[in-house]
Design a protein around this ligand. Structure first.
Ligand SMILES: [Zn+2]
Length: 138
């Protein structure tokens, strides 16, 4: 069956992030002026306003811990009707703790998710050539 959920749109600011996701890697935008990690990516550093931005490759072995989460029991968008209960988590990256990355925690019982839980990144194939960063228990 066709993937019915929204496909993340690539734009000028975020395309390195999504291109990396399609290669199953995580790239995080970083400010060259103040070294602040910037996520989600944008045209300028959210902290100091500098446009001197680069991308740091965190590779394919990405670990983190659950910082906060909710369990959704109700689908709000088309394509999600078979998913609930769905865990939506904010995850703190081990290699860049100031970055909190929001995604689903898959392959787990929602009742077993807790704050501080170790997770690792996985990439869900969503359509030809596109992949979505997600989390699974580590
Ligand atoms: Zn900055």
């Amino acid at each position: 069956m066709d993937y019915q959920k929204p496909i993340p749109l690539k734009n000028q600011d975020n395309h390195p992030y999504w291109d990396a996701a399609d290669r199953r890697e995580l790239l995080i935008q970083k400010c060259e002026s103040c070294q602040h990690y910037s996520h989600p990516p944008g045209p300028a550093c959210a902290k100091c306003g500098s446009t001197e931005l680069s991308w740091e490759n965190l590779g394919s072995e990405v670990k983190g811990t659950v910082y906060s989460f909710i369990v959704s029991y109700r689908p709000f968008l088309p394509g999600f009707q078979d998913d609930p209960p769905l865990v939506i988590a904010t995850v703190e990256l081990e290699k860049a703790p100031q970055v909190k990355l929001i995604a689903n925690v898959l392959d787990c019982n929602p009742e077993e998710v807790n704050i501080g839980m170790n997770v690792k990144m996985t990439w869900q194939d969503i359509k030809e050539g596109r992949a979505l960063p997600q989390w699974i228990p580590a």
